[in-house]
Design a protein around this ligand. Structure first.
Ligand code: HEM
Length: 511
């Protein structure tokens, strides 16, 4: 064990010097890639449960420990699974970009997300994913995004205009309401402001359960059972095989969540379903084609069969986009403002940038709001809303000179990657200038991955960055914010702040 650790310390040191030492090492030994066992094991693995309890109960500490190791690749232990976490930009490029075809999304994450996202764009695979991505991509092209700016600004005003000088606002909740309003309006032409609190509550509940369930023994048990049933289906006679395959399909999603928790979870999902169904029904009933996502989904036809999308598929896409499209951006905006309040020197610089605008920001001002964008990017580095996600190997595949067996779970934690000393000097320091063009150009391409990478990169990344720039600039021109307490990230499905982030707002004189 000691020897193995020493080997990896050397790899880490090489990676610090030149980047991608594991790759060079792998190239030298192309004919004999290393076995997974030679990747160092993170300390603290317990008998049978491995690292699973720590992942469940002390997730933040667990992530900090991984970052502290500063190793390009670490092995983790969990019941019935091979698991590695990768923190090296070159190896991540192999997994997410160059060899993306050898991976699919992690079964455990898909299992936990199924009740909310079903077979939507985030969770689907293969032909279904390709078809849906192609259908939705035009809505996120640059020209289209610019048209969303008006709605983004209108939702910002609707949120902040009622604030009076000296009010204490729950900033994190306000950002959720704002970004939910933007997602509802731009993607589905729906007004969510009146229902925002009820939707927000249902979503909070749902995301908390997903966060806990995605590494749980309950989920692992489902997937182990599913694997056994699938194996049995392979050797069973035809009639039994079909029934076993159907049973395996049922195990790919949570079968029953017991107790009060389960009751609340089911009620929240039912509430969200009703809401979406109402939106679909109203749109099907209304005449005329609108230029939003919902209309596109409802009018799309399969190229071969000519069949339209059924309501379940539309529901899955709508909920996926609605949740993915606002929760993460709200979280990023909340952290941005807390970071600015805690770093008055940077706050003053941003204030100067927004005060230099002749009037409230519009889409034409985006090029003049470079620092607002850098602040948002740096907040996504320090507190990436999607702090951990994964892939699973479809076949044995070599990455970083190591052969990963079929079904190995590869974890990417943008949080640990963004805290690697070898990639980000003085990683805990808030410094938006890390995102000046020359600084970005000097870093390895896949060092900053809050939006993922490769074919499954976040479809809404430019949408989110433009929204954040406009919202931050508009808020900071109108009010000075005074933070009334420090929030820490909660390890729910996203890195939400653990408080409502109370802030006192002071009205400013700008128009
Ligand atoms: C700061 C804001 C955001 C962050 C940090 C974020 C993060 C991510 C990440 C990490 C992924 C990739 C997950 C993986 O590879 O397994 C992803 C995918 C996705 N995101 Fe975002 N996202 C944000 C905003 C948005 C917005 C605004 C939308 C839509 C309006 C959106 C819609 C999606 C969808 C649909 C996918 C799945 C794409 C696919 O698999 O083809 N996201 N997001």
């Amino acid at each position: 064990m000691h020897v193995r650790h020493a080997t990896v310390r050397i790899m880490g040191a090489e990676a610090r010097k030149g980047g991608g030492a594991l790759i060079r090492w792998g190239e030298r030994r192309r004919s004999a890639a290393m076995h997974l066992d030679s990747v160092p094991l993170l300390s603290g693995s317990k008998f049978f449960v491995g690292h699973n309890l720590e992942l469940q109960r002390e997730r933040m500490r667990f992530l900090d420990r991984i970052a502290e190791e500063n190793a390009p690749m670490l092995r983790l232990r969990a019941p019935a699974a091979h698991l590695v976490v990768i923190n090296d930009p070159q190896i991540l490029q192999e997994v997410f970009v160059e060899k993306a075809k050898s991976f699919h999304k992690s079964m455990l994450v898909k299992w936990a997300l199924y009740p909310l996202a079903g077979e939507g764009l985030f969770t689907s695979e293969g032909d279904l994913w390709r078809r849906q991505r192609k259908l939705m991509a035009p809505l996120f092209h640059q020209a289209q995004l610019q048209r969303y700016a008006t709605d983004m600004l209108a939702c910002t005003h609707r949120t902040m205009d009622p604030w009076k000088d000296g009010d204490v606002v729950e900033f994190a909740n306000a950002m959720t309401k704002l970004t939910m309003g933007v997602a509802g309006k731009t993607l589905f032409d729906a007004d969510t402001f009146d229902d925002a609190d009820a939707i927000g509550e249902a979503l909070t509940d749902t995301l908390e359960w997903i966060g806990e369930a995605s590494g749980s023994f309950y989920g692992i048990a489902h997937l182990v059972a599913r694997r056994l049933v699938l194996r049995a289906a392979e050797v069973a006679p035809a009639t039994l095989s079909a029934r076993l395959s159907a049973a395996a399909q049922r195990l790919a999603q949570p079968t029953w969540i017991p107790g009060e928790r389960g009751k609340k979870f089911r009620a929240s999902i039912a509430f969200l379903d009703q809401h979406v169904q109402r939106m679909i029904d109203e749109r099907r009933a209304s005449a005329g084609q609108r230029d939003d996502l919902l209309s596109k989904l409802l009018s799309s036809r399969d190229e071969e069969s000519g069949a339209g999308m059924n309501d379940k598929q539309v529901r899955d896409e709508v909920l996926t986009l609605f949740v993915a499209g606002h929760e993460t951006t709200a979280t990023g905006l909340s952290w941005s403002l807390q970071l600015l309040c805690e770093h008055p020197d940077w706050y003053a610089k941003v204030q100067k940038e927004v005060d230099a605008l002749p009037a409230d920001p519009t889409v034409a001002d985006l090029p003049a709001l470079g620092l607002c964008l850098r602040v948002f990017k740096e907040s996504l580095r320090l507190y990436p809303p999607v702090y951990m996600f994964g892939r699973q190997t479809l076949e044995p595949v070599e990455v970083g000179g190591v052969t990963l067996p079929q079904d190995t779970v590869v974890l990417l934690s943008p949080y640990t990657l963004h805290h690697m000393r070898s990639v980000w000097p003085d990683p805990k320091r808030f410094d938006p200038d890390r995102f000046l063009p020359e600084a970005e150009a000097s870093r390895a391409r896949y060092s900053w991955l809050p939006f993922g990478a490769g074919p499954r990169v976040c479809i809404g990344n430019h949408f989110a960055m433009m929204e954040a720039q406009l919202v931050l600039a508009t808020l900071l021109r109108r009010y000075r914010f005074e933070s009334l307490g420090h929030a820490e990230p909660e390890t729910s499905a996203t890195f939400r702040p653990n408080t409502a982030m109370p802030m006192r707002v002071h009205a400013r004189k700008t128009s």
